[in-house]
Design a protein around this ligand. Structure first.
Ligand code: GRF
Length: 194
């Protein structure tokens, strides 16, 4: 299956997925159709190119959200993705985007989506001194972090006394969980509620 990975920043989840495709558990199951960013200068885009991926970007300045998303849909469709994999893509998707790839958009969220939606999930876990938090991989629907959950994994936060330690532990889990969830999805082992 062909994956389009969308990012806006650093791209550590993208790297984990590309490595899983190139030499890990997604090898033979998935290929990277394109890595796309709404930020032409996103560090993750340069990293993706270094890893040998096709890359594309489109700046959103001056376009209203639905207009921009319609352009992105057109661009992505030229790469014929089976799944759109959000990996730190910092934009809320409009219905035109969701409908174009209905049931085929995944996101990773660094919290339990029932407990915390939106930005700053690690800060939230840290500031509330949680002893554990969860990473969630879910299907994307028209709400913010509301779609059906595909997988969750717990992050042990005991003794994590800085925000960067919380993030470090969380990202380790993110990187494993995202690839592993895609494996299970592509092997037909996950049932998606709709
Ligand atoms: C991750 O924490 C992800 O869960 C969230 O945004 C962050 C992206 O990090 N949606 P990276 O760009 O994958 O390193």
């Amino acid at each position: 299956k062909r994956l389009a990975i969308l990012l806006s920043g650093r791209g550590s989840n993208m790297v984990a997925l590309v490595k899983a495709v190139q030499q890990g558990e997604l090898h033979g199951l998935a290929e990277i159709a394109v890595v796309f960013s709404n930020k032409p200068d996103a560090p993750g885009l340069a990293t993706a190119a270094e890893l040998g991926c096709s890359t594309a970007s489109l700046a959103s300045q001056g376009l209203k959200r639905p207009e921009y998303d319609a352009e992105v849909v057109k661009l992505l469709q030229t790469y014929q993705p089976d799944y759109v994999v959000l990996a730190g893509y910092m934009r809320i998707l409009s219905p035109v985007f969701i409908q174009a790839f209905a049931g085929r958009i995944l996101n990773i969220h660094p919290a339990d989506t029932h407990q915390h939606q939106g930005l700053h999930a690690y800060e939230w876990a840290f500031n509330n001194r949680l002893s554990e938090t969860k990473i969630t991989v879910h299907m994307v629907d028209e709400g913010l972090d509301t779609g059906p959950i595909l997988a969750q994994r717990t992050v042990d936060l005991r003794g994590a006394d800085t925000l960067s330690e919380v993030e470090r532990r969380g990202l380790l889990v993110e990187h494993e969980l995202y690839a592993n969830t895609l494996v299970r999805l592509l092997q037909g082992q996950l049932k998606i509620e709709s």
